[in-house]
Design a protein around this ligand. Sequence first.
Ligand code: UFG
Length: 345
Amino acid sequence: MAKILVTGGTGYIGSHTVVELQKKGYDVVIVDNLSNSNIEVLSGIEKITGIRPAFENIDCLDYVSLDKMFEKHSGIEAIIHFAASKAVGESVEKPLLYYRNNLGSLINLLELMPVHKVPNIVFSSSCTVYGQPDVLPVDENAPIKPALSPYGNTKQICEEIIRDTIYANPEMKAVVLRYFNPIGAHPSAEIGELPNGVPNNLLPFVTQTAIGIRSELKVFGDDYNTPDGSCIRDYINVVDLAKAHVLAVQRMLDAKNDKNIEIFNLGTGRGLSVLEIIRTFEAANHVKVPYRIVGRREGDIEQVWANPEHANKVLGWKATESVEDTLRSAWAWELKLKERRENNK
Ligand code: UFG
């Protein structure tokens, strides 16, 4: 089976994707500098699949080490590039760190691909490129709006870098995946999201509040122009999301792609408000999430959800997990983390 390089493979979406690749028989090599993840994730992956993936502790900014890695693991047929800095707020404070990390890593990989005859790359992009869309649900032809953060801008620029590189190198192929809001964990509770410090994202904050690590969840605004006044997002199960990467890789390896660069929205097609998420989480897990409405968070988009038809039809991918099961998996993972903390005492 083909050998696939997964950068950022010990991260949240990366680790779930490694599991799905291994389940389909792919040979996986992970490159990660563990800057926002933990080496223990490899054991979680191994518990699920029975296979410990090859792992190289390399920063994708390190061209020389990446070059050597491609020599050592010769025959890589595709790259799935997750490794990137992803905290929106931090990117506002440290823009150059974000531009250096996210652009530099991608450029290194794109430069090394022809050198090592790796023709295919899958890139992690985000629905953030649409800003507040004029039409909902948003499809891939919607205009790209000015980015609201340096992080968002890196995703836009990276998409452009890929487009220009593919244009100049007809032997290369790319699939750009625009994620909506990934949530949940593997149903085994062996891997999940490991937020660093105080979570920025809604779901880890919900689960940490429910378990008592945080005293209350702050709901950022209930005066938006939405049915209940809170913001609306398209929350997508992380395992569903991971499976789309496997299909994207298969599509390029089987030469089924229509164009050398293809773009897909990955979402459920359904928008849920912050308050709906809280209520559904409480009902699915029989736990309370103390919360308080506070002011709006700067830079938040009012409402966005995907039109996933292109991915449904062309990639043959569809989100299948219910939001209730997804929220149960998030809670099971939080309980597992608590158990691990107690065992380490
Ligand atoms: N929210 C709260 N309280 C919190 C955290 C979040 O009310 O403590 C709300 C936000 O205001 C927003 C929703 O929950 O309405 C979702 O917020 P997240 O931070 O989880 O997700 P965002 O949609 O803001 O951001 C996500 C990714 C970014 C990406 C962006 C757009 O985290 O990386 O989608 O693609 F840029």
